[in-house]
Design a protein around this ligand. Structure first.
Ligand SMILES: [Mg+2]
Ligand SMILES: [Zn+2]
Length: 185
């Protein structure tokens, strides 16, 4: 079954400059949970790849993060879908880790754990970092306009984004619109 990779903040849930620190902060974007369930039911192995430097900043704990992810997985399961895995980078931007997007460590971990190539799979994100990581591993980057998406689109259109073939990145209003498009309804 093909992999389908999603960023979390700004794609599945509303993002915040103050970070998503607790279950109370975590508010799904309209239609996103249903979309993940539908993609899963349609045969995609849905995997999440998310930068969570707030862990290293001390804004929240691993327990807080796991509570959010359990809640998300449960909501998806209630609609008959499955989240195959959630991969996160806990590091600070200046730590020089391999996993913080635009680095590709999360994608490499997804490939290693699922035993599937990420090449050619959709990677839906709202930030340039997501699109760059996707390109670096030959995923099909997809931009949604929720979260930082509008600002990212302006960067792409201004031609000042460090991204190969920015004009070939498909753009959707949100995860629900992307899902309707690829499931043909
Ligand atoms: Mg994001
Ligand atoms: Zn990292």
């Amino acid at each position: 079954m093909p992999l389908l990779i999603l960023d979390r903040d700004g794609v599945i849930n509303h993002d915040s400059e103050n970070y998503i620190r607790s279950l109370a902060d975590w508010q799904p974007v309209k239609g996103s949970v249903e979309s993940i369930a539908r993609l899963s039911r349609a045969g995609f192995r849905v995997v999440i790849a998310t930068n969570q430097s707030g862990l290293s900043r001390g804004y929240f704990t691993l327990d807080d993060l796991e509570a959010i992810h359990q809640h998300l997985c449960q909501l998806v399961e209630e609609q008959g879908g499955t989240v195959t895995g959630i991969f996160y980078c806990p590091h600070l931007p200046d730590e020089g880790c391999a996993c913080r997007k635009p680095g590709t460590g999360l994608l490499d971990a997804i490939a290693a754990e699922t035993g599937e190539s990420v090449s050619g799979c959709y990677f839906v994100g709202d930030s340039l970092k997501d699109l760059q990581a996707a390109r670096a591993r030959d995923c099909q980057p997809v931009l949604v306009l929720t979260g930082k998406g509008e600002a990212t689109l302006q960067q792409l259109q201004a031609g000042n984004a460090a991204l190969r073939d920015p004009q070939s990145v498909p753009v959707y209003n949100d995860l629900a619109e992307f899902t309707r498009a690829i499931l043909n309804d």
